[in-house]
Design a protein around this ligand. Sequence first.
Ligand code: KG4
Length: 333
Amino acid sequence: MLILAIESSCDDTAAAVLEDGSRVLASVISSQHSVHEKYGGVVPELASRCHIEAVWPVAEEALRQAGATLDEIGLIAATQGPGLVGCLLVGFTFAKSLALVRNIPCVGVDHLAGHLLAILLEENKPAFPYTALVASGGTSSLFAVSSPTEFRLLGRTRDDAAGEAFDKVAKMLNLGCPGGPAVSQRAEQGRADAFAFPRALADGSVDFSFSGLKTAVMNQVNRFQQANQPVPVEDICASFEQAVADVLTEKTIIAAKRAGHRQVVLGGGVAANQRLRRQMAARCAEEDLTCFLPSSAFCTDNAAMIGLAGWHLFQAGQRVGPDADAFSRSPLN
Ligand code: KG4
């Protein structure tokens, strides 16, 4: 069965075509970065309008790249939440409408489930159960994943998400947006031990907190500026990135051990971070855990993971009707 998947939860309009939930025939993403860059962050109203313009061309392009027509699509899956509601409504309404007029079943997918299952799009897949870290712009949470439709929250951020911290630090240092890749690039030339930034909740808790780290970076930047000294951007980026990688890695390992899992999976945009990937792989090896890292394209927002998660919901008998609504907060989190 061919699946057409749509993702529009934030500032990327994405469509994918999959065969039977795991073989990706096409994955197309239309980025809005250039639209939001001058505002220093995503402007929800502009994002919704961009989705309206992009959703049909992106879906058509995915079908074209897959060599498929709408007549061959047996399931439409779309992100139902969480995210910016105006943005979600565009993709979700598009999917429900297309499903209605073409008489195709439709499923609504939780975006977090997509990140938790994205690793199953790769050749090297974990078996169930596993512990998964989702670290993205809106989420930093740990889950026990016991099947493609069963997720149990183990820990979550008490304030900012890790990606949000990357984006805020990039803004403080005028590095542009999205902040994660920009901070990461500057961090490559910096010293990770230049500044001792805080690692919050290092008491065995598997919850996260990044707001104190963000403030510590801001205070450090202010100190240099007030003393009229050049800000050592590379060292600050490297020390900040190291602090984030340390807490994400250590808490993931604690969570996996407590859950009795032997496998650790990463997902979400921050999982594309090279320092985090290296550190997680190394620490898992030391702890005799197997670490599974999705390719960068399946860490950041994409529709292929929505198609995969949607396929499993469909197999479990779930469908949405035309009156189903989008949701801004995930019931999983
Ligand atoms: O998963 P994603 O594409 O969208 C959400 O669902 O939020 O994640 C976006 C977040 C942004 O905060 C971005 O700065 C961050 O992921 N990000 C990174 C990297 N690439 C993207 N953070 C650190 N290092 C990266 N290489």
